[in-house]
Design a protein around this ligand. Structure first.
Ligand SMILES: Nc1ncnc2c1ncn2[C@@H]1O[C@H](COP(=O)(O)OP(=O)(O)OP(=O)(O)O)[C@@H](O)[C@H]1O
Ligand SMILES: [Mg+2]
Length: 336
C-alpha cells in the first residue's frame, strides 16, 4: 500500500511543505520564499521566524488539500531540526510535533544536510556508494555516502561556504541578494579570464576548501577599480565564479581516490549553478564517474527532500519522540 510522508522545512528563510509518496515520488511541494529580507541584504533571524509562523499553517493546509490526504493517514512526518536558525527551526519543529501528537503520526527529525543529499533521491534510487558535494549557503562538504544513513565527511571548507562566497562577492558587486544566481547571470556577459583570482589550497593533498582568500582578493580588486561599470562587474563575476568552480572541481576529482564510488551527486543551492554542473560533468565523466544533481527547485531549501529523508528513516524504524529538540549547528553523522 502506498505510504505518504509530510516534510516540513523552516531552517532558514524559506517556509516549505511537501508530500512524498514511496510509490509516486513528490506528490505536492510548495515553498514560500521570504521576500522581507531583501531590503536588508541578508536574512534577519527574527523576521524569518515570524514569517514562518504566518506562512506555515496555510502552506500545510494547501499541500494536504492538494494531495487529498488526511493527517491521520500519513505514514510519517519529517521535520528539519538542525542545523539552522534556532527561532526558525523551532517554528517548524513545534508545528510538526503538534501534528504528530494530534494525528498519532510518527515523527522524525532530519538533519538539513542529509535532506540536501537526498534531494538526489527524489526521482529514483541513489547509485551507491557515491560522493556528494554539498554546496550551499552554510556548507561546503565532500561526503562519502556508503548507503542512505551511512555518511563520512571527506573534506570541508575551512572558512566560508561556497554559497556564502557567491553572496558576499555579489554584495561587493552591488548585485541583488542572493548573490549566486545574480553572479551566474552577470558572468554570462563577462570573460572568465578578465581577472586572475586565487585558488586556495590548490595543488595540496587536502580535500578541504577555502574561499576567504578569494573574497578578500575580489574586495581589493573591486576597491582598486573605482567606478564599477557593468562590463567590469561582469568580468569580476565571471572570473570569481570560475575560481570557485575550479576549487570545487579540483577537490572533487582528488577525492575520487579516497574511496570506490559509482556516482557523484551535487547538492545544495550552489548545485543550481550551470557552470559548476558543466565543469563537474566534464571532469568526472572523463574519469567514468556519472554526475547528477537535483532539479533547481530541489537544490535550494525545500521540504520534498525532508519528506524523502523521513521515508528512509521511518522505513528503517528510526523515529523521534515529542522531546525532540533543535540544534543550531553540527555535522551530519551516520544513523544506519
Ligand atoms: N545559480 C546559482 N549559482 C551559485 N550559487 C547559487 C545559485 N543559486 C543559489 N545559489 C546559492 O545557494 C545558496 C542557498 O542555498 P541553500 O538554500 O541550499 O543554502 P542554505 O539553506 O542557506 O544553507 P545550508 O543549507 O548550508 O544551511 C545561496 O548562497 C545562493 O547564493
Ligand atoms: Mg539549505
Amino acid at each position: 500500500m502506498e505510504r505518504l510522508y509530510l516534510g516540513i522545512e523552516t531552517s532558514c528563510d524559506d517556509t516549505s511543505c511537501a508530500i512524498y509518496s514511496d510509490e509516486r515520488g513528490v506528490v505536492v511541494h510548495r515553498t514560500a520564499a521570504q521576500l522581507e529580507h531583501l531590503r536588508y541584504g541578508g536574512v534577519v533571524p527574527e523576521i524569518a521566524s515570524r514569517s514562518h509562523m504566518r506562512t506555515l499553517m496555510p502552506l500545510y493546509e494547501t499541500v494536504m488539500a492538494e494531495a487529498r490526504v488526511a493527517l491521520a493517514s500519513l505514514a510519517g512526518i519529517g521535520v528539519t531540526n538542525g542545523p539552522g536558525l534556532t527561532g526558525s527551526l523551532l517554528v517548524g519543529l513545534s508545528f510538526a510535533k503538534a501534528l504528530s501528537y494530534a494525528g498519532g503520526v510518527p515523527l522524525v527529525g532530519i538533519h538539513h544536510i542529509e535532506g540536501h543529499i537526498l534531494a538526489n533521491a527524489l526521482e529514483g534510487p541513489l547509485d551507491l556508494p557515491a560522493l556528494a558535494l554539498v554546496v550551499s549557503g552554510g556548507h561546503t562538504q565532500l561526503m562519502h555516502v556508503e548507503a542512505i544513513g551511512r555518511y563520512r565527511i571527506v573534506g570541508a571548507t575551512r572558512d566560508d561556504a561556497a554559497g556564502e562566497a557567491f553572496d558576499k562577492i555579489g554584495k561587493l558587486l552591488g548585485l541583488p541578494f542572493p548573490g549566486g544566481p545574480a553572479i551566474e547571470r552577470a558572468a554570462r556577459e563577462g570573460s572568465r579570464d578578465a581577472f586572475d583570482f586565487p585558488r586556495s589550497l590548490r595543488g595540496t593533498g587536502t580535500y578541504d576548501f577555502s574561499f576567504s582568500g578569494l573574497k578578500t582578493a575580489v574586495r581589493l580588486r573591486v576597491e582598486s577599480l573605482g567606478a564599477l561599470t557593468p562590463s567590469l562587474a561582469s568580468g569580476v563575476a565571471a572570473s570569481a565564479q570560475e575560481a570557485i568552480v575550479d576549487m570545487l572541481v579540483e577537490k572533487s576529482v582528488l577525492a575520487l581516490s579516497e574511496a570506490r564510488v559509482r556516482h557523484f551527486y551535487l547538492a545544495g543551492g550552489v548545485a543550481a549553478n550551470g557552470r559548476l554542473r558543466e565543469r563537474m560533468s566534464e571532469a568526472l565523466e572523463a574519469r567514468h564517474v556519472p554526475v547528477s544533481w537535483p532539479r533547481p527547485e530541489y537544490c535550494t531549501d525545500n521540504a520534498a527532500m525532508i519528506a524523502c529523508a523521513a521515508r528512509h528513516h521511518i522505513s528503517a524504524g528510526r523515529t523521534d519522540g515529542l522531546s525532540l529538540n533543535t540544534f543550531p549547528r553540527g555535522a551530519l553523522s551516520s544513523w544506519a
